[in-house]
Design a protein around this ligand. Structure first.
Ligand SMILES: [Zn+2]
Length: 197
């Protein structure tokens, strides 16, 4: 099994914000990078409950708006989007368990310093990621490269699916494969698909 805590060493940041301002930020030790421009773009997206992916140079950024809060994670290209989504899902659950954030943000004089201890919770989530059992490692053949690719899938994606097999697109080095995954995480088919956009 992949050591996800190790993969997540490639994280650049985790940000939690309202429409107006950041209320929490986690970065790896000794990181002084700023992602304020990326976060400004993220905040302009009004759509809720859907994960959005941004490719930016050698970075991947994933964000989702849940009620009045926007959760964002950024990493280098070593981390698959499904792993970043699973991480954000876990971060949002723990954050809302600890803080009644929807109430806090109604107050104008709300101080974000009360959220600083959440950094330790993020460290815990990263360090214990394998034991959370929130993702699966699948092996998917790519007919273009003639290799078997390690594909990470969120358990919540499979478990909340309305019908099976569920389709998942893997963007692989300039081409894309579409794989069909059944409820037992078996690959039921792989196709080469054309992509536009
Ligand atoms: Zn390939």
């Amino acid at each position: 099994m992949t050591d996800y805590s190790r993969v997540l060493q490639n994280l650049e940041f985790i940000n939690i914000s309202t429409d107006k301002f950041s209320i929490f930020e986690w970065k790896p030790p000794r990181s002084f990078k700023s992602f304020i421009l990326d976060l400004n773009i993220v905040k302009q997206n009004p759509i809720s409950n859907i994960f959005f992916h941004i490719f930016k140079g050698n970075m991947k950024i994933v964000h989702i708006r849940l009620k009045n809060i926007i959760y964002t994670a950024g990493s280098n290209n070593e981390v698959q989007f499904q792993l970043l989504e699973a991480l954000i899902e876990r971060v949002s659950v723990v954050f809302n368990e600890i803080y009644d954030i929807e109430s806090y943000i109604k107050y104008d004089n709300f101080s974000t310093t009360i959220l600083s201890p959440f950094k330790e919770e993020v460290d815990n989530i990263i360090n214990q990621f394998n034991s959370l059992n929130s993702v699966m490692d699948l092996k998917v053949p790519c007919m273009v490269c003639n290799t078997v690719l390690p594909v990470i899938v969120k358990r919540s994606f499979i478990e909340n699916a309305e019908s099976f097999p569920v389709p998942l697109v893997y963007n692989h080095k300039g081409h894309a494969i579409l794989c069909f995954i059944d409820k037992n995480y078996d690959i039921r088919g792989v196709e080469l698909v054309n992509v536009t956009g």
